[in-house]
Design a protein around this ligand. Structure first.
Ligand SMILES: *Cc1c(COP(=O)(O)O)cnc(C)c1O
Length: 415
């Protein structure tokens, strides 16, 4: 099924990228040409199971027929007006999204990083105009190991050297505390604290799941201290963690939802900040915006995504297939191939036993077997296939992954 040797054509496509694209990624050597559901096909016609789903932007599968139909129709009707005028798809989208989040209003943007930036600006404006913090003093508490995007302000509070080095000067006003440590969150709050910005599950850190009760504790502390709780659900939300929001796993409702990735159905970049009117109401005309934010094409797709989430079927599939995959990976851990398996719905972080090689090396083994998965932080492999993955495809992931680990172990033992 999967790649043996790459054709000259596929190698040429890779060389072209390595020559003419900035080297800000290190992709696995496969050139994807088409896709359907959880399957992708490379330039040579080899098929693979997509276990990354574009970092969960493709939660509903490649070429999802419902999303495609809406997108094609909207593409031929109206694609961009800017917010200088009202557009027909905008109203239905913001109403549906506000209602799905059980909040009053929505501020749409495009990329995830823009939505995080918007949330930061919201928290600061709220701090000065509603909470009464002296101008210029607002602080936002963030978590060690966070990933919230790549803008200058956002990398200012990253602790990843790759994200930060040689991008100074940085934006001030952020305080970082250990992820999962509610006592540290409370201790970091002072009279100038505007908000706590938190990933309910840390995706880029390797599917880091906080100890149970942490989100609840942060909710209780922030409510009691008059500080906004802002949940970055860009990757964890919209079904990935087995619920509409990862916060739902602890029954927590943040003050501010930050959404992106799957909101655009893997077709359009679409992100949003969602909150009540006492928070998002701080914005007046001209104070924030985006030319493409809330564009008709993205909004039509976003409305369909919200419709699809309403039945709960994707959240259910995430739990069911995630459990199956998690059980299989925990069996690999029992064999000594993995040192840890973290799982929330159909989102798994596997820590590879170091004697078997790096996570990157294991990803190469998986690639050769037709499984596309992505390493993060040397020892972790992430599995986050589209939520539309079939039972048979999950069986195939399990079989191929088991083979890859058994081969790595056999090679180690032969040394
Ligand atoms: C991907 C991601 C972002 C940034 O989204 P972009 O669309 O890449 O800008 C922000 N926060 C989290 C948690 C993410 O996973």
């Amino acid at each position: 099924m999967a790649a043996s040797a790459r054709s000259a054509r596929q190698q040429q496509a890779i060389d072209q990228v390595e020559t003419f694209s900035a080297h800000n990624y290190s992709p696995l050597p496969v050139v994807i040409a088409e896709a359907d559901g959880a399957t992708v096909v490379d330039l040579d016609g080899n098929t693979y199971l997509d276990c990354l789903a574009a970092y969960s932007a493709v939660n509903f599968g490649h070429q999802n027929p419902r999303l495609l139909a809406v997108a094609e129709k909207q593409l031929r009707t109206l694609t961009l007006t800017s917010r200088a005028f009202y557009s027909a798809p905008f109203g239905p989208f913001v109403e549906a999204l506000a209602k799905m989040c059980n909040k009053d209003m929505v501020l749409p943007m495009n990329s995830g990083a823009e939505a995080v930036e918007t949330a930061i600006k919201t928290a600061r404006k709220w701090a000065y105009e509603v909470k009464g913090i002296p101008d210029g003093r607002a602080e936002i508490i963030v978590m060690d190991g966070n990933f919230h995007g790549r803008t200058t302000t956002i990398i200012s509070f990253s602790d990843d050297p790759d994200a930060r080095d040689n991008f100074a000067p940085f934006t001030s006003g952020f305080v970082s505390v250990p992820y999962g440590d509610a006592v540290a969150v409370e201790a970091a709050i002072n009279e100038n604290t505007a908000a706590v910005l938190i990933e309910p599950i840390q995706g880029e850190a390797g599917v880091g799941i906080p100890t149970e009760g942490f989100l609840k504790a942060v909710r209780e502390i922030t409510a009691r201290r008059g500080v906004l709780m802002m949940a970055d659900e860009i990757q964890s939300g919209l079904g990935r963690a087995g619920e509409t929001f990862a916060c739902d796993r602890e029954g927590v409702v943040p003050d501010v939802y930050i959404l992106g990735k799957a909101l655009g159905g893997g077709i359009m970049p679409l992100s949003a900040v969602v909150a009540d009117a006492d928070i998002l109401g701080v914005f007046q005309p001209g104070q924030h915006g985006s030319t493409f934010g809330g564009n008709p094409l993205a909004c039509a797709i976003g409305s369909e995504v919200i419709d699809m989430l309403a039945t709960g079927e994707f959240q259910e599939a995430s739990r069911v297939q995630g459990k199956k995959l998690g059980d299989a990976f925990r069996a690999l851990m029992a064999k000594g191939y993995l040192t840890e398996v973290r799982q929330a719905g159909l989102w798994l972080g596997l820590d590879v036993e170091p004697s078997l090689g790096t996570a990157r090396e294991l990803c190469y083994r998986l690639l050769a077997k037709g499984i596309l998965a992505k390493d993060t932080h040397t020892k972790t492999i992430r599995f986050a296939p589209p939520l539309v993955i079939t039972d048979a495809q999950v069986d195939e992931i399990i079989a191929k992954t088991t083979e890859a680990f058994e081969e790595a172990a056999a090679q180690r033992d032969a040394k």
